[in-house]
Design a protein around this ligand. Structure first.
Ligand code: DX5
Ligand code: ZN
Length: 236
């Protein structure tokens, strides 16, 4: 079942680095993905925007299907869309390994998780900066991941909102208290200089768009981020 502790690792799940391709050069998307794969990315974070849930548009199902053909990395679909239940099946069929749906547009989290699991993907719920984590925590047993937004969804390249750290601590403490080993993903404004703060506060999946694709050498910045993570322990 989702979220259960397994015995072959420590108290929290392993760290994962998830470059957000929203900050990639879309004219060279295949090369960009291969480059972050070679740099040691663990996941490809794939931001979907509908111009309704967020005031912007991005990429969708056909791009997911093309990306699926050129990487073996898990594809981490972040659906910033209204009525996500209409599209989860299409995204999983196109190759998504995990689906994050926002709690603000998901009235029945257990039913959504069940639907995503039945399709064969990992189930995650996203939380906007102004939304309380307690909207999601009662349903944590049903989930594989909780996505905490540390910018207002809709655009890459924004500044990290510091109150996300307290939200991370609250979530990780509560998960530990209940013996649940979910991934906790932090998304928005993560760079080399604040990735340690996010890990110390309990995150273990680190999305970074401009923090990686905005640098000239993806391998160098990814190595530096990993070194920083290795030297940092959760401090709740
Ligand atoms: C924002 C997206 C984020 C974004 C992160 O709406 O969900 O995933 O691409 O980009 P950076 O790291 O540049 O804030
Ligand atoms: Zn995202």
């Amino acid at each position: 079942m989702a979220g259960r502790i397994d015995e072959n690792s420590g108290p929290d799940p392993a760290d994962k680095l998830a470059p957000s391709i929203l900050a990639a050069d879309f004219a060279r998307l295949g090369d960009e993905i291969r480059a972050v794969e070679a740099a040691g990315a663990d996941l490809i974070h794939f931001d979907v925007m509908d111009g309704h849930f967020v005031p912007n548009l991005s990429i969708g199902i056909p791009v997911m299907a093309s990306v699926r053909k050129i990487t073996r990395l898990p594809l981490d679909a972040h659906l910033m869309i209204s009525e996500p239940e209409r599209y989860v099946e299409a995204f999983v069929k196109a190759g998504a390994n995990s689906i994050s749906v926002h709690c603000e547009v998901c009235p029945d989290i257990p039913a959504m998780a069940k639907k995503i699991h039945a399709l064969g993907a990992r189930a995650s719920i996203g939380i906007k900066p102004e939304t309380d984590a307690d909207r999601v925590l009662p349903f944590a047993e049903h989930l594989d991941m909780i996505l905490v937004m540390s910018v207002h969804p809709g655009f890459g390249g924004q500044a990290f909102i510091p109150s996300a750290l307290e939200k991370l601590r609250h979530i990780r403490r509560e998960l530990r208290r209940r013996g649940l080993k979910l991934d906790v993903e932090i998304d928005g404004g993560i760079k080399l200089d604040n990735i340690a703060d996010a890990k110390a506060a309990g995150a273990n999946v680190f999305v970074s768009g401009s923090g990686i694709f905005g640098k000239p050498d993806y391998k160098k910045i990814a190595d530096e981020m990993r070194d920083t993570l290795r030297r940092t322990s959760p401090n709740l």
